[in-house]
Design a protein. Structure first.
Ligand code: AMP
Length: 286
């Protein structure tokens, strides 16, 4: 596995790969790899000749009072895991390389970023879409792999790619969970033992919501109430947002119809965790 830190070298290497007619799959990450990241790498390897994983804790997607400084980092461990996963190139740019002093261009997707994580974390998606645009221009991928865990991020990136005509296919991969159901996240390392137990309320509450939907419940508000009631039983948990939305437009819905996104962000102590599922409601017979 090659480790590249310079933008110029990365772009030159990608241009050389593309010139031979080979395809590139890219997996943008902030590192501290877990099986969620590894599943994206596997997805890329299965569909492309070369897999480039970027590892960059992107300062522009963190708010001022957020966890940029504490975000877990372990480059040696990540290199080892990426190498074992069969990654061809690990791209690890320095912050000064990605954002030099006179940097002043940002990419912003409007509308889709107004609520959920966009409302709780102002400026977050502007940082995400800016860094992803830069990574696409540097890595020149044919396909890019994102996790359904960050459901809104996947939709926002897809919107940006369509609106700005990036020649990149976006692939969204399923949420990978711990054995007990907690969605894998680099931020799970922040949790104390007691908080880790409390965090289980997140997947449990979503399962309760899903069970209602599977029983045929059509009132979105009742599904949300059920999920909220389960979370509120856990004293360490505090709901940041809980939404039942159209999975494509992110519009609020009253009646369960078509593809529905049920998503939550929950504070467990000082750690904010997100999780979601998509429910395909059965077509009505005519
Ligand atoms: P991050 O390093 O947290 O920015 O995540 C990098 C990519 O991995 C993003 O596309 C995430 O959506 C994806 N990802 C993170 N956690 C999971 C998970 N548990 N399952 C699947 N994909 C994930």
């Amino acid at each position: 596995m090659q480790v590249i830190t310079s933008i110029q070298e990365m772009q030159k290497t990608s241009l050389e790969i593309k010139r031979t007619g080979a395809t590139i799959g890219c997996v943008p990450t902030m590192g501290f790899f877990h099986r969620g990241h590894l599943s994206l790498m596997e997805g890329s390897r299965a569909e492309n000749d070369f897999t480039v994983v970027s590892l960059f804790v992107n300062p522009t997607q963190f708010g001022e009072n957020e966890d940029f400084d504490e975000y877990p980092r372990d480059l040696e461990r990540d290199k080892d895991l990426a190498e074992k996963a069969g990654v061809d190139i690990l791209f690890v740019p320095a912050p000064g390389e990605m954002y030099p002093e006179n940097f002043s261009t940002f990419v912003n997707v409007y509308g889709l970023t107004d609520e959920m994580c966009g409302a709780s974390r102002p400026g977050h998606f502007r940082g995400v879409t800016t860094v992803v645009s830069k990574l696409f221009n540097i890595i020149l991928p044919n396909r890019a792999y994102f996790g359904q865990k960050d459901a809104q991020q996947a939709l926002v990136v897809q919107r940006m790619v369509e609106d700005l005509n990036f020649p990149v296919e976006i692939r969204v991969m399923p949420i990978i969970r711990e054995d007990d159901g907690l969605a894998m996240s680099s931020r799970n390392t922040y949790l104390s033992k007691r908080e880790r137990e409390a965090a289980l309320v997140i997947p449990k509450s979503l399962e309760a919501g899903r069970a209602l939907l599977e029983q045929g419940e059509k009132r979105a508000a009742l599904v949300a109430e059920k999920i909220s009631a389960v979370i509120k039983r856990e004293p360490l948990a505090c709901i940041d947002y809980l939404v039942v939305k159209d999975a494509v437009t992110l519009k609020d819905i009253e009646e369960i119809k078509g593809r529905v996104l049920v998503a939550v962000a929950v504070w467990i102590g000082k750690t904010r965790l997100i999780d979601n599922f998509i429910f395909e409601s059965p077509q009505r017979r005519t």
